[in-house]
Design a protein around this ligand. Structure first.
Ligand code: BG6
Length: 489
């Protein structure tokens, strides 16, 4: 307790994911991944996109068509921002920004193109050796996600994907290669991006197509059980092969307040929190299924099948740190007809005290301080804010400037609240702002929902020069990092 609360320091960083940034979808021996199949017609209006993508981004016919289509035209994730070929220039810009930690994901289908291959693809491994070495040369720590939604599509078509327990063996082989070949270059490991996406965005989370399963909830939670076991195995394999290197867990954090002080709203808030957030972190960090879930499983007719040894494995493989994405908060109430609004992965209930982004996500910087306190109180593990940022339409002026004061305001307020949480005693290791450079957005699949402090000249159809420009927020974040996040004007 001797350290002055104002002296504590966390790392400032930026985050992207391979499917949203890389492109090069058949280069370097890469196999097809599940995210390569997601479809966007760039002539759709924002309303059409919202209607088609908001609730669930994928249908069986889209899946079957995409499997046969080798082009990149309708598949934004096949193009990304061409980070695969451009990473050296992009990392140079990020170094100029002063980034201390860089988060990206490793694409399983670059390492094992089909997921069940006998040997790994050396070209894929070399790409990550080069990428992470470049980060190190720029003095950045590397925060690597092993699966940010995408897996080799062959594992879905041949084995049924996460429904099949065989996935654990394929995953073990994959992560063994990662720890053995990349461990010396990675500082923080994360087996799964937002493990609770399984429930809220099934194709992303567990590669299930809505409408294609008899009992969707049963399948979701069985798939998820296999992912929990994989996470525990990653922790164990990491301890054996890359000892001392933290392996973490992550959720998309749905911060929720009771809409009123009515007891009914408060019990609703507790349950929403348990079923959407705590369940996932409790399994990852405490190592067992919490008691409150039985009631929920009964209510949706789910019986998760455990095999002998599963309980022990979960207990033995608890994570070393917790991370989460934080974009918005919502309210909980069972009052009929309460106004709704969109949020990351879900449609939430509206809080009359908050403003929202152009996509309806309610902006709540104090909610980040609340979240950090809640998560730290519950687990007392180091925390990483793995994603946080503002998706907005940006305009380029004639002299090639982007005056994104709205993004600066968003970042300033959220960083201020993180500083408050650190003073509250929270052990925060790092903040990796999402997406540090403009990338293809994950929900709508568009380029024009932009998060970056670096602008990329590409449109929703992948047209443009690909030129990178520094936004006003670039210079602001650069100064913020220089000042250690203090004195933010
Ligand atoms: C998170 C995902 O849920 O939200 C990211 O991990 C995603 O992949 C981010 O990009 C923001 O969502 P969107 O739909 O605005 O890109």
């Amino acid at each position: 307790m001797n350290e002055n609360a104002n002296d504590r320091k966390y790392l400032f960083g930026g985050a992207i994911s391979c499917s949203q940034a890389d492109g090069g979808f058949r280069d370097g021996g890469k196999g097809i991944s599940t995210q390569d199949l997601r479809f966007l017609d760039s002539s759709w209006t924002p309303e059409e996109i919202e209607e088609k993508h908001q609730n669930d981004p994928f249908s069986l016919s889209e899946f079957q068509t995409a499997l046969k289509d080798p082009s990149t035209d309708y598949y934004p994730f096949r193009r990304g921002i061409d980070f695969y070929h451009n990473y050296k220039e992009d990392l140079t810009l990020m170094a100029e920004l002063g980034l201390e930690i860089f988060r990206t994901s490793i694409c399983w289908s670059r390492i094992f193109p089909n997921g069940d291959d006998l040997y790994p693809n050396e070209e894929g491994i070399q790409y990550y050796v080069d990428l992470f070495t470049e980060c190190k040369n720029h003095g950045m720590k590397v925060f690597a996600t092993m699966i940010h939604y995408d897996i080799p599509v062959n594992l879905v078509t041949k084995y049924g994907g996460w429904k099949n327990r065989k996935m654990i063996k394929f995953f073990e082989k994959y992560v063994t290669v990662l720890f053995e070949r990349l461990g010396h270059l990675v500082d923080y490991w994360l087996p799964f991006n937002e493990i609770n996406a399984a429930k809220f965005s099934p194709w992303d989370g567990v590669c299930l197509i809505p409408g294609n399963e008899e009992n969707m909830d049963q399948e979701i939670f069985q798939c998820l059980h296999h992912q929990f076991l994989c996470s525990a195995r990653a922790v164990q394999i990491g301890r054996a092969l890359d000892p001392g290197k933290p392996v973490g867990g992550m959720i998309a954090r749905f911060t929720t307040y009771a809409a009123t002080c009515k007891p009914e709203d408060n019990i609703q808030a507790i349950q929403d929190d348990q079923y959407s957030n705590w369940f996932y972190l409790d399994v990852l960090a405490k190592g067992y299924y919490p008691e409150y879930m039985q009631r929920y499983f009964d209510s949706i007719n789910v019986k998760v099948k455990f095999e002998e040894g599963d309980e022990q494995l979960l207990l033995d493989g608890t994570v070393d740190f917790i991370s989460f994405s934080y974009y918005f908060s919502q309210v909980s109430t069972n009052v009929e007809g309460w106004e709704k609004t969109a949020g990351n992965l879900i449609i939430g209930k509206k809080n009359p005290h908050l403003k929202a982004s152009e996509w309806g996500w309610q902006i709540d910087p104090i909610g980040l301080r609340i979240t950090l306190n809640q998560v730290y109180d519950r687990y007392h593990l180091p925390l990483i804010v793995a994603e946080n940022g503002l998706g907005a339409y940006d305009k380029v002026t004639e002299d090639q400037k982007i005056h994104d004061d709205y993004r600066i305001a968003y970042l300033r307020e959220h960083i201020n609240q993180m500083n408050e949480a650190v003073k509250d005693g929270v052990n925060l290791i790092a903040y990796t702002m999402w997406g540090i450079i403009d990338i293809v957005s994950c929900g709508p699949l568009t380029m024009d929902k932009r998060y970056g402090v670096i602008y990329v000249d590409l449109d929703n159809g992948g047209k443009g020069t690909g030129t990178r420009l520094r936004k006003d927020s670039f210079y602001w974040y650069q100064k913020c990092i220089q000042n250690n996040g203090k004195k933010l004007d």
